[in-house]
Design a binder for this molecule. Sequence first.
Ligand code: HEC
Ligand code: HEC
Length: 304
Amino acid sequence: MIVRRSGKFLLALALLAALGFAGFWLLSMPRPLTAADVPQHTPDLANGERLYHAGGCISCHQPSPDLKDVAANVPAGGAPLVTPVGTLYPKNLTPDPETGIGSWSDLDFLNAVQRGISPEGQHLIPAFPYTSYAHMKPADVLDIRAYLASLPAVKSPQREADVVALPLVRRGIGMWKWVGLDTTPWQPDPTQSDSWNRGSYLVNGPGHCQECHTPRNIFMALDESKAFQGGPHPEGKGRVPSLRGLIERGRYTDAADLASALENGDAMGYDKLSAGGMGQVRRNIAQLPESDIQAIADYIASLK
Ligand code: HEC
Ligand code: HEC
């Protein structure tokens, strides 16, 4: 009798576990873009280069220290990126067909950059800020791809991330995406100037400023009710300052002063843009045309 009861109990437990697992499996499935989402588009290399700098791709996809002959500004990947979940090795973005992205389709690229899904259908770890890139115009993302395709191909051996239980973590990211990945395209605000709108796009799309400057909720998703208020550093060490009220608090005299800080940083005595990854962000932004830097400053200066 006891044996039969516990047998039923175990069966019920096994069924529940199977249901739970099936639910997890279904809910964590990749939800990729399809061919219909790839716009008809003639690539614009200059725009691609500009957005590549705005997106700061080189900060994470810099060449591995083992690649001694490869210049530091070639996104050959493989340099370690230490995060709270483990050490990641961002990929080679040059057009090498074996170790880079030379053999990828445009759809593969859009899915990686805007949905965090690899061509093998794996979820990518959101240390790669696709959560911001998801708001970009797909045509702009394809321009970045065209720019990357114009770079010399470099062989750079790829290394899988050093993360405990990586396959399960990747699958879990599929669940997280229900709360953590907002794919709403960026929208202009018709009551604001063209420069402000350009800045809003650069900051919230390619610039991924919120990934560090907006605190996260208990689900590790950006807490938009506290957008740009600063908080703990997402990489685990130190704090990130608020970007609200920078003018009111006297951090900068006006938007032009802020633009000059973003363009020149330390070199002109603006020393609050150097630590915690911000130095690299600033160096990337400094490569944008003056109008884009001013646009970013106009938008940030308007955050009260
Ligand atoms: C803050 C760091 C960071 C920045 C900035 C960044 N990436 Fe990445 N990227 C990563 C990491 C980390 C991975 C690997 C994630 C993983 O292993 O799951 C990755 C993966 C990728 C992949 C997918 C590779 C694959 O194997 O499927 C592509 C494509 C990519 N990045 C392109 C870009 C482009 C284009 C930009 C700039 C617009 C960019 N990245 C900016 C960190 C970054
Ligand atoms: C990798 C994380 C990270 C990203 C991404 C990032 N920031 Fe920062 N930011 C920081 C940190 C950390 C500081 C403080 C740096 C210091 O004290 O030297 C900072 C400082 C700043 C400051 C100075 C604030 C003050 O009080 O003077 C400004 C302005 C700024 N960031 C703007 C931006 C903009 C615009 C973007 C997007 C294009 C951006 N940040 C993206 C981490 C980041």
